[in-house]
Design a protein around this ligand. Structure first.
Ligand code: NAP
Length: 262
């Protein structure tokens, strides 16, 4: 008979799908509590992700089946999808994989931004529509999209683009007027205002990501009366969803998880 390993970690095992400030904050809160064995998963897109408070794996799982196999192999007791509101594929995969593996799933999604008095917003269903809504006449546009999304700008080469991303856009866009800034938020309103003024920006292209870190550009645009072309969030799978780290911790506690089976 094999005796149980006295050093084996018997805490319930959680997997957090991350790549967001919320995922990091949740991992931090759970690490401080110490009652769960937490691991994080990143897609591996950002070259130098910020330091993380839990053991982290990086790279895709190989679709729904791959994620379901990972949940089973790692004996995950609960899955938390804390990916970005625009990361639609992994969220769909998480919903299906959790069902296949029989693992409870929670989505932690930050609230969307809502229009405030003074905002000049034009809504777009997706990025190509947002680019089209810039119109035919040349404009000076601050582009706050991911570097994997900016190729859509090539459909409207008449505009002057100021493209801000965490990692460089490579190769550069096939448009005649583009400048690039590499920067990682948070961005303060005063700095955003200075940026919009310095580059004489007359439109901001933004996804409705929500959260405080990148809200400054919207406040600055409001103050300067600049139009924001706002890309709506993609559809999400129907899973139990909370908007805060505290609510996610409460959900976990409510699961009354048994010790992870060996
Ligand atoms: P996506 O389109 O939903 O996912 C594409 C593929 O990337 C998935 O099918 C999966 O590959 C892999 N993947 C995504 N997130 C993963 C994770 N946390 N761990 C392991 N694999 C993951 O995702 P995306 O929009 O490219 O975003 C990628 C990552 O960047 C996400 O972690 C997201 O939270 C973060 N992020 C995204 C945005 C955004 O605007 N989209 C903004 C900030 C941060 P397999 O199918 O092979 O498993």
């Amino acid at each position: 008979m094999t005796l149980p390993d006295p050093n084996r970690d018997t805490r319930p095992r959680l997997l957090i799908l991350g790549g967001t400030a919320e995922a990091r904050a949740l991992a931090q809160a759970l690490a401080a509590r110490g009652d769960y064995e937490v691991s994080l998963s990143l897609a591996g897109r950002t070259r130098n992700p910020l330091g993380l408070p839990a053991p982290t794996r990086s790279g895709g799982f190989g679709g729904t089946e791959g994620l379901a196999a990972h949940l089973k192999a790692e004996r995950i007791d609960a899955l938390i999808d804390a990916t970005h509101p625009f990361a639609a594929v992994i969220s769909r995969n998480a919903a299906e994989a959790a069902r296949i593996a029989g693992v409870p799933l929670l989505a932690l999604v930050r609230p969307a931004w809502t229009r405030r008095p003074g905002d000049v917003w034009t809504e777009a269903a997706d990025i190509p529509e947002a680019v089209a809504r810039l119109g035919a006449a040349p404009r000076r546009v601050l582009v706050a999209l991911g570097r994997n999304e900016v190729r859509a700008l090539e459909a409207a080469p008449q505009h002057h683009y100021l493209v801000r991303s965490i990692d460089p856009v490579a190769p550069p866009l096939a448009v005649p007027h583009a400048r690039y800034i590499e920067a990682r938020g948070p961005f303060a309103e005063a700095d955003e205002r200075a940026l919009l003024e310095e580059h004489r920006i007359d439109a901001v292209l933004s996804k409705n990501s929500g959260g405080a870190a990148t809200y400054g550009k919207l406040e600055a645009a409001r103050a300067l009366g600049i139009e924001v072309i706002m890309v709506a969030r993609p559809a999400r799978p129907e899973v139990e969803t909370v908007e805060s780290v505290e609510a996610a911790v409460a959900w976990l506690q409510g699961l009354g998880l048994p010790k992870s089976a060996a």
